[in-house]
Write a protein that binds this ligand. Structure first.
Ligand code: ADP
Ligand code: GLC
Length: 478
């Protein structure tokens, strides 16, 4: 039996700002329980729903020294769907309406979290063989393990994996201040360790000190070794290429299942989608004030509204995309310029564009189920889960060939009758528009072909079963 401890800053169903939470919350369920005991440590954010907080049980508390302050650490636990989740409590650090705030606050928050999580291991009574870290928020874990948590019953011989979900975010802050906050010796703050371009960099620390580095698709693993995608760490990624690998994400096939989903109007599966799926569309059109027409080409977007997701391409050709025979439904929050852009088009094309500038799990499920196509023209995309959710619901993804989008969406080939979606290569608005119009022409002109794409999309298997095995192999090889 191998003991694996995930440490992360978010995880469903407790707290989510993006795909990281989906992965951390669902992957642990899918390991072989006879061989792996996988548990998870998360912060006990004040903004976690009461529904969950009230089910957590208090285990113990103690104090740790962070910089010059002594800080309270409470440890709570809750079992959810067969997985043991532990929560680090400290209302000073984990208060506020969202998990993240200003970077200087987050730098201290996650220095605290990393030390607190490691210090909580004896309280939990679980000696990990491997600690699996996720993103910059847990980048200090391998560093602290090396520096101070390295001997005795609970800490000797722990191996570490760090998974990069998004290289763009690295946890960068002033060198001197970070030295102070983390309590780490200046030995660590050199360019071969935590220092990068004059600042301290948590993710760099994690990548440098972890035994294995993974990211969430093979294409992204290759891309981040190049300057364009490397976010100024491509040199480091190349240096670590002997321990770097890509394991594509899956999604939770129980949570995202059109056959049983209670958030959607009409359930369906691979056999019944032709007769049932459109009922979701019509109900959504009605509720959102779009013209009700089961035959209209309805295109969905569910996303954080940031540059990463390719919204400047959409901005460039939105008037052309919004042709008479197209409807758009957008669900997302983020950068104001994009929120306002979609509000504007909603106003301009009232009965064919619906901008929903908020966060709602339920609405996201309805959109995945209702739409004909899903548009995701990302500038870069480590993996992307939205396109996997779309495939699962038989909603045809239109994507740019980058990162996980390239690895998970097979482009339609009309001559061979293959493919699960549509894709384009260059980050160019007119190339996107061309592929978008091609998809539309297949939808309107070749319905049987379209339905076969839907069929293949629903058949594609992006459940965790395959990728969880790859993580198991990785753990075994360590
Ligand atoms: P990223 O992690 O970069 O944001 P992913 O595609 O990996 O992108 O994951 C995004 C996740 O967040 C998906 O589960 C998607 O459904 C969800 N999501 C994004 N925006 C919203 C929103 N406004 N409301 C509900 N869910 C959202
Ligand atoms: C990040 C990436 C996204 C990926 C997710 C989960 O948020 O932007 O592409 O799917 O992490 O790994």
């Amino acid at each position: 039996m191998k003991n694996i401890l995930f440490i992360a800053s978010e995880g469903v169903p407790f707290i989510k700002t993006g795909g990281l939470a989906d992965v951390v919350g669902s992957l642990p369920k899918y390991f072989n329980k006879d061989e792996f005991d996988v548990r998870v440590i998360l912060p006990k954010y004040v903004c976690i729903k009461e529904e969950y907080k009230s089910q957590m049980t208090y285990l113990d508390h103690f104090y740790i020294n962070l910089a010059w302050r002594s800080q309270y650490v409470g440890v709570f636990m809750m079992e959810y769907q067969g997985v043991k989740f532990y929560f680090i409590d400290n209302e000073f650090y984990f208060g506020g309406p969202k998990p993240y705030s200003y970077i200087h606050e987050d730098i201290e928050k996650f220095a605290f979290f990393c030390q607190a999580a490691l210090s909580a291991i004896p309280v939990i009574g679980f000696k990990p063989d491997i600690i699996h870290c996720h993103d910059w928020q847990t980048g200090l874990i391998p560093v602290y393990l090396k520096d101070r948590f390295n001997s005795g019953e609970y800490y000797s011989n722990i191996k570490t994996v760090i998974t990069i979900h998004n290289l763009k975010f690295q946890g960068v802050w002033d060198l001197k201040k970070t030295m102070d906050i983390t309590g780490l010796d200046k030995y660590y703050f050199t360019s071969d360790k935590l220092e990068a371009y004059g600042d301290a960099n948590y993710l760099k620390g994690g990548i440098t000190y972890a035994d294995r580095v993974t990211t969430v698709s093979s294409t992204y693993a290759q891309e981040i070794m190049t300057p364009f995608y490397g976010e100024k760490l491509d040199g480091l990624m190349r240096a670590r290429s002997n321990v770097l690998s890509g394991i594509v994400n899956g999604i939770d096939y129980e949570t995202y299942n059109p056959e049983t989903d209670t958030a959607i109007t009409a359930n369906y599966n691979q056999v019944t989608f032709r007769k049932e799926k459109w009922k979701n569309k019509v109900a959504l059109q009605k509720d959102l004030g779009l013209e009700v027409d089961r035959n209209k080409f309805l295109v969905g977007i569910v996303s954080r509204l940031t540059d990463q997701k390719g919204f400047d391409l959409i901005a460039c050709v939105m008037d052309q995309l919004c042709a008479e025979d197209v409807q758009f439904v957008i669900l997302g929050t983020g950068e104001e310029k994009y929120e306002n852009m979609f509000r504007h088009y909603d106003w301009k094309y009232g009965n064919r564009v619906s901008a929903n500038i908020y966060y709602s799990e339920e609405m996201s499920h309805r959109i995945y189920a209702s739409c004909d196509a899903f548009l995701m023209p990302s500038l870069f995309e480590p993996c992307g889960l939205s396109q996997l959710m779309s495939l699962r619901y038989g909603t045809v993804p239109i994507v740019r060939e980058t990162g996980g989008l390239k690895d998970t969406v097979a482009p339609y080939n009309e001559y061979e009758g293959t493919g699960t979606g549509f894709s384009f290569a260059n980050y160019n608005a007119h190339e996107m528009l061309g592929v978008f119009n091609y998809a539309k022409s297949v939808y309107y002109g070749h319905k049987r072909e379209w339905n076969k794409i839907v069929d293949r999309a629903m058949q594609a298997d992006f459940s965790w079963s395959k990728s969880a095995k790859e993580y198991e192999e990785l753990y075994k090889s360590m």
